[in-house]
Design a binder for this molecule. Structure first.
Ligand code: XLS
Ligand code: NI
Ligand code: NI
Length: 473
């Protein structure tokens, strides 16, 4: 039914199956609805006029020995794209999402939402998805029923993954929406809230394991404070460390070999979040002996909310050995909150991607599109437009980064800048033989007289821009 060139084999097979079962039913009693009236998205190159095609992202294109799909490991997120109706704090949902809001049959609605999600993943042609426990399975009448709902939906997800070939990048637990977590999950003053969150994370981690997830994320949305007047940061820090230790132990116990990520964010919804940024998380992991257990999932918009650039957050994590994964999106420089828009700036992404791929790329994790449509983008097709533009932007930034890496444009400038530290004086200072006194004597004896040299910032900025302008796409 659909031509299957440029589509991964299993996706094409599944879509053809969907197409023929629909035409066999001849519109009389459709058992499997089609939610997105579009053909699968293909790579058509830079000159296409088709708005529903990739111009840069060519999944099968080989770059430095691997396909773009293997390098970028793109995931679609379940929450913003399928579980959110387009509501905001001042208004109700605006989106055309027939799978949301069927309160009389919550499990039927959850299956319908999953049908829609997997149809979208398969048609977009990206390899991974990410989810929270509560995105895929509704709360039951009691917690026991909530857990069985999750198990049932994980079984259903396993079937869908098998049919479509779409894989799980990471899973996570929503331990921030329910009122029981208003004062935190792991950092709640009430140990019962800690215990409840521990149970949710246990089940979400086991779900990710069962579905073959490459990794697992903990975002501490409520792990922070609203006021210091009622908060002990020391007590809450110890609770958080205990929680993370228990989770790491359970990961080993069940044999989950994926990487574990913490997702830094400075604030929102809390006034202050403990996982403020990469450096804060690094210090925390070091303090509680958790280095090597957790890595960071860096979100572009969280970096900018923290007063950093995305480049800064990635460079810090890569250089300190805690880099894990990326939540791809962008903020709005006019707004002070997490707008989670689709990426549209190669200039913003390319330097950060340069750090990631110069260090060898992902060891787990990938680029998860933690992205939201604007509330006025009502139509289901807008989900395709957002992802296509964001993915092409990412692909272009990736090609620019690989070009800079191949030509050693930036790495050479950086190595040259620190060359003195490989020479006699640099090695001596770093050795145990040196003392402040001996270094001082050396300055006098050898008439050391440092001359400032240009940092060449503008020249380097020009080289990056030239790579952006000239990169063949
Ligand atoms: C919210 C976070 C969240 C995490 C997953 O700001 O980005 O979406 O990625 O819990
Ligand atoms: Ni995120
Ligand atoms: Ni976010």
């Amino acid at each position: 039914m659909w031509e299957d060139n440029k589509l991964p084999g299993r996706v094409a097979e599944w879509l053809n199956g969907l197409g023929s079962s629909l035409s066999a039913l001849d519109g009389r009693c459709q058992t499997m609805a089609e939610f997105f009236k579009t053909e699968p998205i293909r790579f058509e190159g830079p000159d296409t006029t088709n708005p529903l095609a990739f111009r840069v992202y060519d999944a099968d294109r080989i770059v430095a020995g691997k396909t773009m799909e293997e390098h970028l490991r793109i995931a679609v997120c379940y929450w913003h794209s399928f579980a959110w109706p387009g509501s905001d704090i001042f208004g109700d949902g605006t989106f055309d999402r027939p799978w949301i809001g069927n309160t009389s049959d919550p499990m039927g609605a959850a299956r319908q939402k999953m049908d829609a999600a997997f149809e979208f993943f398969a048609k977009l042609g990206t390899p991974y998805f990410c989810f929270h426990d509560r995105d895929i399975a509704p709360d039951g009448a009691d917690y026991g029923e909530t857990v069985s709902n999750l198990h049932a939906m994980v079984d259903y997800a396993a079937e869908k993954m098998d049919e479509t070939g779409v894989k799980l990048l990471w899973g996570t637990a929503n331990v921030f929406s329910h009122p029981r977590f208003a004062a935190g999950a792991a950092t709640n003053p009430d140990p019962e809230a800690f215990a409840f969150a521990a149970s949710q994370v246990r089940h979400a981690l086991e779900a990710a394991h069962r579905l073959g997830g490459t990794s697992y994320v903990l975002w501490g949305g409520r792990e922070g404070y609203e006021t210091l007047l009622n908060t002990s940061m020391k007590q809450e820090g110890e609770q958080l460390a205990r929680f993370l230790t228990l989770v790491a132990e359970h990961k080993r116990k069940i044999g989950f070999t994926g990487q574990m990520f913490l997702e830094p964010k400075p604030q929102e919804p809390t006034k202050h979040q403990y996982d403020y940024d990469s450096a804060t998380v690094h210090g925390f992991l070091e303090r509680y002996d958790l280095l090597g257990e957790y890595y960071v999932n860096i979100e572009v918009n969280h970096a900018t909310l923290g007063g950093h650039s995305f480049h800064h957050e990635v460079a810090y994590a890569v250089e300190n050995g805690i880099f894990g994964s990326i939540d791809a999106n962008r903020g709005d420089p006019q707004n002070g909150w997490d707008t989670d828009q689709f990426p549209n700036s190669v200039e913003e992404l390319a330097p950060a991607l340069h750090e990631i791929f110069a260090a060898g790329g992902f060891k787990g994790g990938g680029f998860n599109f933690d992205t939201k449509l604007r509330r006025q983008s009502l139509d289901r097709i807008d989900l395709f437009h957002g992802h296509i533009g964001g993915i092409d932007t990412l692909a272009k930034a990736f090609l620019v980064a690989m070009d800079l890496i191949e030509k050693e444009t930036l790495s050479k400038a950086r190595t040259d800048r620190y060359a003195g530290w490989k020479g006699d004086l640099g090695s001596y200072i770093m050795s145990d033989n040196a003392s402040l006194e001996a270094i001082s004597d050396k300055v006098l004896a050898e008439r050391i007289d440092p001359k400032p040299v240009s940092g060449q910032q503008e020249a380097l900025e020009n080289l990056v821009n030239r790579a952006i302008w000239s990169e063949r796409s």
